[in-house]
Design a protein around this ligand. Structure first.
Ligand code: UDP
Ligand code: MN
Length: 355
C-alpha cells in the first residue's frame, strides 16, 4: 500500500511535470505563431494593398514607407549641415540619364541643408541614390524622356508629394536637377511673404508673357472662367515656389494626372502650364524674384552679392557659358558647374573645401 502510494505520488508528480512541459511548449508555440501571423498578416496586407493600388501614387507611398526606416541616416545627414528646420518642401525633378551626372553633386552640396525636406522625383529605380538621399528618391511611374507628357507627369508627382508629405510646410518649391539651391537664402526670400495667402514666386527667363490660342481649343468645363489674357510663368529651370495656400487651391487641377491633362490643353511645357494655372485659372500673378537664375540668363551677380541669391544653374546661352560667377577655390576643370566653389563660398567650414 505504501509502495502503491509512493508510486501514485510519483506518477502524479510525473503527470504534473508533463502538464507543465506541455503548457510551456504550447505557450511558446502559440506566441511564436501569433508573432509569425502578425508579420505574415502585415506583409500580405502590404502585398494586397500593393496589388489593389494602381497608378503612380503607389510608388510615392511605398517609398515613403521606406523613408521611415531610414530616419537615422537622414538625421545624420542633416545634423552634419547643422541647420534648423526648413519651412519649405522641396522637390527636384530628375531622370535616369542624370542620376550619375547631376544628382551626386547635389547630394554633396546643397541637399545637406534641407535633407529632410528635399525629395527627388525620377523615372527609374537607383539603389545608390536612394540610400544616399535617405530614401528620398521617388520613382514617379512617369516616362523617362524630355517630352512634354513625361515632364508634366513628373511635375504633377512633385505637387502630389507635397500634398502627401509636406503637411507641416509653408511652401512648396520646385527646382531642376541642374540647380544649386541656396537654402538659407531661399528661407530668407520666402520669409517676406505670407504662406497663408496666394503666392507664386519665380523668374521669367523669357522676359515676356505667353498666350494661348483659345480660338483653336475645345475648352474643358473646369476652365470656362479662366482668363484669356497673356500670362507670365516661372521657368522651372530657375526654380519656383508656391505658398501652402495657393498649392491647396491648385490641388484639384494638378493631382491624379490632372496636370498632364492641363498640359494637353495648353500644349505647353509643365512650367508654362503652372503659370497658366496660377495666373489665368486662379487669378494669382507671378511674383518675380531677381534672386532666382536659370541657365537661360547670363548670371551677372556681383561677387559680394552672390550669397544672397537663391538659385543658380549652368549651361550655354548662344556662345556664352552661363555659370555662377565665382572665381574659386576650385578650377573650372575640377568644378565645371561651379557648384562646389559656390558651396564653399557659402560654407567654408565644409570638410572638403580647401582652406
Ligand atoms: N529631365 C528629365 N528627363 C529627361 C530630360 C530632362 O527628367 O529625359 C529633367 C531634368 O532632370 C531637369 C529638367 O527635366 O530637371 C530640365 O532638363 P534639362 O536641364 O536637361 O533641360 P533644359 O530644359 O533645362 O534645357
Ligand atoms: Mn536645365
Amino acid at each position: 500500500m505504501r509502495y502503491f502510494c509512493k508510486k501514485s505520488r510519483f506518477l502524479f508528480f510525473l503527470f504534473l511535470v508533463l502538464i507543465l512541459l506541455l503548457g510551456y511548449t504550447l505557450y511558446f508555440d502559440t506566441t511564436g505563431k501569433s508573432k509569425q501571423a502578425s508579420i505574415g498578416g502585415d506583409s500580405s496586407l502590404l502585398r494586397s494593398r500593393k496589388s489593389q493600388r494602381s497608378g503612380h501614387t503607389v510608388a510615392t507611398v511605398e517609398n515613403h514607407q521606406a523613408v521611415k526606416g531610414h530616419n537615422t541616416e537622414k538625421t545624420q545627414i542633416s545634423s552634419k549641415a547643422n541647420v534648423g528646420e526648413v519651412p519649405v518642401f522641396i522637390t527636384v525633378k530628375t531622370g535616369r540619364t542624370y542620376h550619375q551626372t547631376r544628382i551626386p553633386l547635389l547630394l554633396q552640396t546643397w541637399f545637406n541643408y534641407a535633407a529632410n525636406e528635399t525629395y527627388f522625383v525620377t523615372d527609374t529605380e537607383d539603389e545608390d541614390i536612394s540610400r544616399q538621399s535617405g530614401r528620398h528618391l521617388i520613382v514617379s511611374g512617369c516616362g523617362d524622356g524630355h517630352q512634354r507628357d513625361a515632364l508634366c507627369c513628373k511635375m504633377g508627382r512633385e505637387f502630389e508629394l507635397f500634398y502627401l508629405f509636406g503637411k507641416g510646410k509653408d511652401w512648396f518649391c520646385h527646382v531642376d536637377d541642374d540647380n544649386y539651391l541656396n537654402v538659407p537664402s531661399l528661407v530668407n526670400l520666402l520669409s517676406q511673404f505670407d504662406p497663408n495667402k496666394d503666392v507664386y514666386v519665380g523668374k521669367s527667363s523669357l522676359g515676356r508673357t505667353m498666350s494661348l490660342h483659345w480660338e483653336y481649343k475645345s475648352i474643358p468645363a473646369i476652365l470656362t472662367n479662366a482668363s484669356r489674357s497673356p500670362f507670365w510663368f516661372a521657368t522651372g529651370g530657375a526654380g519656383f515656389c508656391i505658398s501652402r495656400h495657393l498649392s491647396q487651391r491648385m490641388q484639384p487641377y494638378v493631382q491624379n494626372g490632372k496636370l498632364v491633362q492641363m498640359c494637353h490643353f495648353t500644349g505647353l511645357p509643365d512650367d508654362c502650364t503652372v503659370g497658366f494655372l496660377s495666373e489665368c485659372v486662379l487669378g494669382v500673378p507671378m511674383t518675380p524674384s531677381r534672386l532666382l537664375h536659370s541657365h537661360l540668363e547670363i548670371q551677372r551677380v556681383p561677387v559680394d552679392q552672390l550669397k544672397n541669391h537663391v538659385t543658380f544653374s549652368y549651361g550655354v546661352l548662344g556662345k556664352q557659358e552661363t555659370l555662377i560667377p565665382v572665381d574659386g577655390p576650385f578650377s573650372k576643370t575640377e568644378d565645371p558647374t561651379r557648384f562646389k566653389s559656390y558651396h564653399c563660398l557659402l560654407n567654408p567650414q565644409v570638410e572638403w573645401c580647401p582652406r
